[in-house]
Design a protein. Sequence first.
Length: 188
Amino acid sequence: MKSKIKILGISGSLRTISSAGTVLKIVGDLFPDYVDFQTFSGLGDIPAFDDRQQLPLTVKHFIQLISDTDAVLFSIPEYAFGVPGSLKNALDWTVSSTAFSNKPVAIITAASNGEKAHASMELTLGALGGRISEETKLLIPFIKTKLDDNGQMKDPDTLNSIRRVTHALLKTVEAAILVSRETIYTPF
């Protein structure tokens, strides 16, 4: 039996009901059944970054979750023209690990504007070694105007854009799995 593809969703917002969290729920409904899409909700439990040698358990858990997945999809807001502090803090803990090394990642920024946070997040994930492509990035400005009162996407163009990002991320993961299964024979 073929194992499921594991994709971890991370919201940059600590609020239970947020636009970023709503976008993650929409994303989760778009993946096919052979994808195990889980969301991480422990950003608020990760302590402030320092360079101690012994990692806190919450940090070890966070890094292990990332390491154990085939891809990570971020849905983030923009706070004061940047990435939310709790998310940036959590990512800082991963710098000395290989959790993001060559891992496919997607970024959906859902904010009023979002350009600065989107660019900053792309730089951070690139520095961590994450694999980002133009197809796995999406900036959704004025997100609140595109959601209805029940948290459903009422803008068909935005929903199609989210579909394209999830599809591109999934195709990137599937291609990486195929490459890792190939055996290459090199004569001596």
